[in-house]
Unconditional design. Structure first.
Length: 321
């Protein structure tokens, strides 16, 4: 049996959503060590997967590898559609686990489109493989002008920058107990609407933010500048998403972001993907205070939720036989 373990990922936003620019999307995000997904895979004559949520990912992995079947189970998991990248994690973990069970080498980046992954962001795939902070190069815009390409006809976006994250950095995650973030056909429809109307001027502001502030800050381990740049990136992306998610942040994320931003030691805040997870970028010495503020903010908003402090993941997945 093969055992694949991987932490979650945070997605801070895109570099461009306008058809008026040469490259579309261009994801920005990073890997975290918790919460964890652990997938077990073994050879079988057919697909054996009692978990309905996992079965579609397992089936695609079997088809992509042209093997007769596999027995797949999930030992540890975290919430789906919470902004933590569970879909790509499940899909790629199933692929890697089944390939290892059959002693097959698998080129994950090349196979990811066969799994329906990497059609927009390449952050999930890149951080699965190597962890760290990642900026991807997006897709050529002309391929997306009229409608998205058919499933599996794209290539995984190239990684244009990757940096390890200082181990002293911490990320306090707040996931309010509300409806799941957008996914599937609803997400596709929302993204089409956003791309068709996106202001290219926002992308023009994001470009120097990434090259002159964000990338130098992560390269130098400057948490304060990094956090400020990530916060600004999230607000700029939120201007694109506002009509589709009910504001710059998806409610009640805006109120959580506001509360966390006021805490000493918090250098940056944001909403991961469509949410509902919100994150605060801080240091080890400030974690307890940030957690307390997060709990108070949830109570003020009137919702329950999960709060956890996690560290960076700079290595990517682990595989055990």
């Amino acid at each position: 049996m093969s055992r694949v373990s991987i932490g979650a990922r945070l997605h801070a936003g895109f570099q461009n959503l306008s058809l008026a620019r040469d490259r579309l999307y261009g994801g920005i995000g990073w890997a975290i060590d918790e919460p964890q997904l652990v997938v077990n895979a073994d050879r079988a004559d057919s697909l054996v997967c009692p978990d309905d949520a996992v079965e579609p990912y397992a089936r695609r992995a079997i088809d992509a590898l042209s093997v007769p079947g596999a027995e797949i189970s999930v030992e540890r998991r975290y919430d789906r559609h919470a902004g933590l990248g569970s879909g790509t994690r499940l899909a790629v973990a199933a692929l890697v686990g089944v390939a290892d069970a059959y002693d097959l080498d698998v080129a994950v980046r090349e196979r990811a489109p066969d799994l329906g992954r990497g059609g927009r962001s390449g952050v999930g795939i890149a951080t699965f493989l190597e962890g760290g902070f990642v900026v991807d190069g997006g897709h050529p815009t002309e391929r997306f002008t009229h409608s998205p390409p058919e499933t599996g006809t794209w290539t995984t976006p190239p990684v244009v920058a990757r940096h390890p994250i200082p181990e002293s950095w911490q990320f306090v995650l707040v996931t309010p107990t509300i409806d799941a973030g957008q996914h599937g056909s609803n997400e596709d429809a929302s993204m089409r609407s956003i791309v068709e109307q996106a202001d290219p001027g926002i992308a023009d502001e994001i470009a120097p933010l990434v090259t002159q502030r964000l990338l130098p800050a992560i390269a130098e381990g400057d948490r304060r500048t990094f956090g400020a740049a990530i916060t600004r990136l999230g607000r700029l992306n939120g201007a694109w998403y506002a009509d589709e998610q009910g504001g710059v942040y998806r409610p009640p994320a805006g109120r959580l972001v506001e509360a966390l931003s006021a805490v000493d030691g918090v250098d940056g805040v944001g909403q991961s993907s469509w949410g509902p997870t919100v994150y605060a970028i801080t240091g080890v010495e400030w974690v307890d205070r940030v957690r307390e503020t997060a709990q108070e903010a949830l109570e003020t908003v009137g919702v329950e939720g999960d709060i956890r402090a996690v560290g960076p993941d700079n290595r990517g997945f682990t595989l055990e036989a």
